[in-house]
Ligand binder design. Structure first.
Ligand code: NDP
Length: 447
């Protein structure tokens, strides 16, 4: 069968076997379609059913999470852990708490994670987990009780050499701390079963900053390829969570001005540059909405509706909020306003139509699985430090992170060139990430 025919057949099976899971179909389609030239060159991947195997998770766990609110009312949420692929190491990937979470979201994220983790060059398989629990508006005690209940089931499926979860949307240091505490009580062990831990109990320096910093390091390499840099550039960063805040911080350190940020309600525009101290306080400490920013910065504007952020004129855009937040219309507005580079801090924030617009218009485009791999890479470094019972300095970890991002850029760029689409980092990242996993699966027999 032709490589195209083989890929089409596998994608048909994905749709049939995972009905209604749109995000997973989208992620699988994007990866598999870019693998056609690889399958052409390696018929052994078809002979050994590598694609059929890689789209089927090794294990899927769905569980009940009962918890009580502060008024003693009982609630039930649904918990997930998808252990997608362990060809390169223990399953590794974050946990997301958001009302939109269902199996299709966790599967798309777990699938992306396989290739992202491969790109880091570290020994990590792919997995992802989460719940449809909404931490927004909940008290600390409610969040703690939820996390404890979630871990009361999850603990039996994870381990430092089996599956090592981390944070994601709605899961930061607070939630990781509560989950780690519960795991310790249940098992009577103390080891690195979660990453993103507090610095006092095994966390790594730079883990909090890693995804945002890494995204900017990746984008810097893309800009360098065109003789450009962040110096003097105007930047738009969507979101105002962990990834967005530290993308802003690093871009600013490199000489850029970030003029807009958002949350799911709307976006702020500050022509003087968004004041990061204010955003950090509002979001990390007070857990307030982004619109509060304009009460303290009188020249700044707040606009209802987060999608409008792409109409803000900028040189570089760093979508760092959530999946499918940047559509064709947003992409066309960015191109019209002269944007030269887009690096995805979030997972799959650009729709396929938006990606098409960027590639057609020669906008440098760094897909999430390459550009935001710095978070999981630093989680890998946290695991290495935990195994040694030792911690490295901020400078040491940052230097390693920077080098990993440069290496990811180089392998992505080389794969894009070798397989006939120079400058197309979507194809490059998918191919470079896939090849290592496919070779490992072949070597390990029928797994
Ligand atoms: P956070 O929960 O810290 O922040 C998410 C931010 O995105 C919040 O400001 C949230 O606003 C905003 N947001 C959510 N939906 C929308 C929307 N539709 N439009 C605009 N803003 C929105 O999550 P993270 O920063 O950790 O994660 C962000 C993205 O980065 C996700 O795609 C995640 O998978 C990805 N990622 C994260 C990594 C990490 O290390 N944390 C690693 C690699 C990828 P609100 O408060 O209104 O919900």
């Amino acid at each position: 069968m032709s490589a195209i025919g083989y890929v089409k057949n596998v994608l048909e099976v994905v749709k049939k076997r995972n009905p209604g899971e749109e995000e997973f179909h989208q992620a699988a389609g994007e990866v598999l379609e870019s693998l056609v030239p690889v399958i052409d060159e390696h018929p052994e991947f078809e002979d050994t059913a590598i694609l059929e195997r890689i789209v089927e998770p090794e294990r899927q766990i769905i569980f009940r999470v009962p918890w009580q609110d502060d008024k003693s009312k009982m609630h039930v949420n649904r918990g997930f852990r998808i252990q997608f692929n362990s060809a390169l190491g223990p399953y590794k990937g974050g946990i997301r708490f958001h009302p939109s979470v269902y199996i299709g979201i966790i599967k798309f994220l777990g699938f992306e994670q396989i290739f992202k983790n491969s790109l880091t060059g570290l020994m990590m398989g792919g997995g992802k987990g989460g719940s449809d629990f909404d931490p927004k508006g909940k008290s600390d005690s409610e969040v703690m009780r939820f996390c404890q209940s979630f871990m009361t089931e999850l603990y039996r499926h994870i381990g430092s050499d089996t599956d090592v979860p981390a944070g994601d949307i709605g899961v930061g240091g607070r939630e990781v701390g509560y989950m780690f505490g519960q795991w310790k009580r249940l098992t009577n062990f103390f080891n690195g079963i979660l990453t993103g831990k507090g610095l006092d109990f095994g966390g790594s320096l730079v883990r909090v900053e890693a995804t945002g910093y890494g995204c900017v390091y990746f984008c810097e390499e893309m800009l360098k390829s065109k003789g450009e840099s962040f110096e003097g550039k105007t930047v738009v960063v969507s979101g105002s969570g962990n990834v967005a805040i530290y993308s802003h911080e690093k871009a600013t350190q490199l000489g850029a001005k970030v003029v807009a940020m958002s949350d799911s309600s709307g976006f702020i525009y500050d022509q003087d540059g968004v004041n990061l101290d204010t955003v950090k306080r509002l979001k990390e400490i007070e857990r307030k909405r982004i619109k509060e920013y304009v009460k303290e910065h009188k020249l700044a504007e707040y606009h209802e509706g987060s999608g409008g952020i792409w109409d803000v004129k900028c040189d570089v855009a760093l979508p760092s909020a959530t999946q499918n937040e940047l559509d064709e219309k947003g992409a066309l507005a960015l191109v019209k306003n002269g944007c030269i580079a887009v690096a995805e801090g979030a997972n799959m924030p650009s729709t396929p139509e938006a990606v098409e617009v960027f590639l057609k218009n020669n906008v440098l485009f760094g897909p999430g699985k390459a550009a935001n791999a710095g978070g999981v890479a630093t989680s890998g470094l946290e695991m290495a430090q935990n195994s040694q019972r030792f911690s490295w300095s901020f400078e040491e970890v940052d230097k390693k992170l920077h080098q990993i991002m440069v290496d990811i850029y180089n392998s992505t760029n080389e794969a894009a060139q070798k397989y006939g689409t120079p400058g197309n980092f979507v194809n490059g990242a998918n191919i470079a990430g896939f090849l290592k996993v496919a070779r490992a699966m072949m070597a390990q027999g029928l797994v």
